[in-house]
Design a protein around this ligand. Sequence first.
Ligand SMILES: [Zn+2]
Ligand SMILES: [Zn+2]
Ligand SMILES: [Zn+2]
Ligand SMILES: [Zn+2]
Length: 405
Amino acid sequence: MCQRDASNVQFRRKELPHAAAATHPSNGMILTQCAVCATDLGLSLGKKCGRCSTRYCGPECQKQHWEQGGHDKLCKLIKKAGGAEQYNANKKYAEAVAVAAEKCAADTKGQTCYICTQALHWKTKEGLVRMCACRGTAGFAHVSCLAEQAKILLEEAEENNLGQEAMQSRWERWHTCSLCEQHYHGVVFCALGWACWKTYVGRPEADTARMSAMRLLGNGLGEAKLHEAALSVQETELAMKRRIGVPESEMLLVQTCLANSHARLGRDEQASNMLRNVYYGRVRLNGEQHQQTILAALNYANALLNFKRFEEGKSLLIKMIPVARRVLGISNEITLTMRWNYARALYEDEGATLVDLREAVATMEETERTARRVLGDAHPLTVDIERALQNVRAALAVRDGAAPA
Ligand SMILES: [Zn+2]
Ligand SMILES: [Zn+2]
Ligand SMILES: [Zn+2]
Ligand SMILES: [Zn+2]
């Protein structure tokens, strides 16, 4: 089977009309190139297979694909899978699971899945993963088992009309470990993002689960550091939601994700402008004492620091950290991340004094201890603080040595 076929399966334009145009085929979920020659088709150029919606630049490529590219055999399969879009999601899912299992291989060796009790998945033969705060022999699972569990829980809630709150708490199974109650991270989050997207992609565009799945996929791609891919998913999401007309709060969420992707790609100015708007939007919409406002403040402050606007970032954090402690608690991931950013603001500023550096170290030591206890040793926050702590301690030692006490 031709490799090219699968990786270039297109989304149908009808369903995703505002998708970003320039997306590399290996990057994301919205693919806009000819399945044969990889000519960029944007959103509307070219030709589609009438059966499966695979896209081509024109009749020559389509003919060649059918006669020599194996599309004569694959077309039926794609159609059977639910069309090009669904087929692409399934394919990307399988790839993401393989990446996740591979990445976790050393950690999961000799373990079994806590859901199906096997080492290898009975059907997919995939290996185990674990990227949460679970320790010892707890928390090893197959992505497929985690996904199946989440899917069934959601179906049950939908069928029995269990209401918004039950839906929301069950939805968490797509991104949060039920054992340690912490977010999955890295490539495991990404694999679950694809699992979720492939589960709900066939639903109508305005379906809540489908929209949430698109968000999760964007976040998952970001977690796996595929930021361009994340951005293209998020731009599609934003355009789609703008067209459908969703509540303001929803728009602010998408803009946040989008801005964070810009920030990760080094587009600090774009990111900080968007995040500033989101923060003030949240203050207006939710008030200051709201989790979403606190999170918006954290994101905006983080962008300011990346942009080396330390004073503004610091003063926003000084204002919002006490609010986070009160509303979310001192061990909450958001509170911890805010304190970590405050420490960053202290030591990354070139004008940092000895007093600033000492305060930075004290803040980081305390935050790191809590992060390690609550989020686990392998959590990105724990790892980041630990690394920074070594640097600041070294800088402090130099300055302490240079300056007489
Ligand atoms: Zn072509
Ligand atoms: Zn076809
Ligand atoms: Zn399993
Ligand atoms: Zn866990």
